[in-house]
Design a binder for this molecule. Structure first.
Ligand code: FAD
Ligand code: SF4
Length: 466
């Protein structure tokens, strides 16, 4: 039965493996890839279905995202937490941006974690994964409207992406219709299956079996109601920063779920005089202010994605909506200092601090100013307490001085970290054979898009068990 995809099951299934990996996203698929290459009999268990690209935004949300994209934090300032739920995990719906872990971020990690993941090992793993995922700078033919960022910000650069077959549809968040992204389902799991791994889809792992201080395997339930039992001496948890801590709690492992972190993000839209050329979803970025806690990236997608930013009412609104092909969107991502906690449910309690909002406003302000410099006739910053439409650089600069009160900018979190504490060999709570290998083990957020760092880290985890 090994070396296949088992897409659900009508009856109970019992399996034996040398390693069972829970979750098939960035961390899980990478770990499975290298454990299988090392000769281990691997079973990967994924809650979601094999991915099929969404026909439109709603279809994509319901097929590929957890809770159809409706998960939010529990807070007086709730924000959506977007997570993939399909074979390939969040890599199926991500923008394919690849940014290496900055060395200064690693240098800020606690010394025991640095020993667990030494810089040189992470760097070697990064190079290996970048080859594996065909990471390359976006070619100019795919820049589309993203190239406007380069006009205004001298330090902006084309994004490095894991999208070797990209033809520039701008639909990455809905699952690529061309198979153009080297997402985990296309680039990693097939290779793991070639090396004998079995991928089990539509099955939610409910519990890790632990007896005598040692992991013994997992128990899960298929969508059909049938049960899955996998016996394995090595259990690798890679269910993401919300679900790995939650699964640990449900399995009776205490002390997990603290230290949840994120990069809350906001979008700034600008109306340009002419329609913008079509291109890849995310093609240019600006990292020069990373030390101040924010980065910018261009985002091109379908009209519905831009329409939510359009201000106004009546004829003016209709006029703007008719010109969505001339609207550019730029994202601002903040390396927030806030930490939260994953509670039973799972429920994520998380609130950005005043400083986090201030940092985000600074990024929004710079993005707005740069858009005007790039030729926008109107910018729609979406900041409460500022004009809905701005047209001058002074107005753009003033955005940074808006009081950073709760709710000042609508935020979304797509980069989630922390919540699981690991010890030597990435084992959790000293339980032998119980390992975590996803974004939940990071001791801090990274300030850059995390997939590159997660796949490098998961490679180091796999090496520790090969
Ligand atoms: C819209 C969007 C755009 C993004 N763009 C980028 C980008 O361009 N570049 C970048 O670096 N990052 C991007 N990210 C973030 C990045 O994709 C994630 O940080 C990364 O995939 C997280 O890896 P992970 O292994 O921790 O979890 P995931 O990739 O989320 O994988 C976890 C998997 O575990 C499964 N699972 C959970 N619970 C269970 C269970 N109990 N049983 C079985 N399976 C379970 C889930 O269904 C999921 O498939 C983006 C995220 C989003 C939402
Ligand atoms: S921009 Fe379009 S073609 Fe390119 S990877 Fe994304 S969805 Fe696929």
């Amino acid at each position: 039965m090994l070396g296949e995809l088992l897409d659900g099951a009508p009856r109970d299934v019992d399996l034996y493996a040398e390693a069972v990996v829970v979750g098939s996203g960035a961390g899980g698929a990478t770990c499975a890839r290298w454990l299988a290459a090392g000769g281990r009999r691997v079973v990967v268990v994924e809650e979601g279905p094999p991915p099929t690209p969404g026909r439109d935004t709603l279809d994509a949300l319901s097929r590929l995202y957890r809770d159809a994209g409706a998960s939010t934090t529990l807070s007086r300032e709730p924000m959506p937490l977007l997570q993939g739920r399909c074979v390939g995990g969040t890599t199926v719906v991500n923008g394919a941006i690849q940014v290496p872990l900055p060395r200064d971020v690693w240098a800020g990690w606690p010394e025991p974690f640095q020993r667990l993941a030494p810089w040189e090992r992470l760097e070697a793993a990064r190079a290996r994964m970048e080859e594996e995922l065909s990471v390359r700078p976006t070619p100019s033919a795919l820049w589309g409207g993203g190239a406007l960022m380069g006009r205004a910000l001298a330090d902006a650069r084309p994004i490095h992406r894991n999208a070797p077959g990209c033809v520039g549809h701008g639909r990455c968040y809905m699952g690529c219709p061309e198979g153009g992204k080297a997402s985990a389902d296309r680039a990693l799991l097939p290779r793991a299956m070639d090396d004998g791994a079995l991928v089990v889809a539509r099955c939610r792992v409910a519990q890790v079996r632990i007896t005598g201080g040692r992991a013994r395997g997992v128990l899960g339930r298929f969508e059909s109601g049938a049960r899955l039992r996998v016996e394995a001496p090595l259990v690798v948890l890679a269910a993401g920063a919300v679900h790995t801590p939650w699964l640990l709690r449900r399995s009776g492992v205490r002390g997990q779920g603290r230290g949840f972190m994120a990069h809350p993000g906001a979008g700034v839209a600008g109306l340009f005089p002419e329609p913008l050329p079509q291109g890849g979803t995310q093609t240019w970025e600006y990292l020069a202010e990373r030390a101040r806690g924010w980065k910018l990236e261009t985002m091109q997608s379908v009209g519905a994605f831009k329409a939510v930013k359009v201000p106004g009412v009546g004829a003016r609104l209709a006029e703007r909506l008719a010109r969505l092909d001339a609207v550019a969107m730029w994202g601002v991502a903040c390396r927030a200092e806030a930490t939260g906690r994953v509670w039973p449910g799972p429920v994520v309690r998380y609130s950005p601090t005043r400083r986090d909002r201030q940092v985000l406003l600074e990024g929004v302000s710079r993005a707005a100013e740069a858009m005007l410099e790039a030729g926008a006739v109107e910018v729609w910053p979406g900041v409460h307490g500022a004009p809905a439409v701005i047209t001058t650089r002074d107005e753009a600069r003033a955005l940074a001085t808006v009081a950073p009160e709760r709710g000042v900018v609508p935020m979304v979190a797509t980069h989630l970290f922390g919540g699981t504490r690991v010890g030597p060999r990435f084992e959790v709570a000293g339980i032998r054979g119980l390992v975590a290998a996803d974004a939940s083990i990071f001791p801090s957020n990274t300030g850059v898009n995390p997939m590159n760092s997660i796949t490098a880290m998961a490679t180091v985890v796999a090496e520790a068990w090969s």
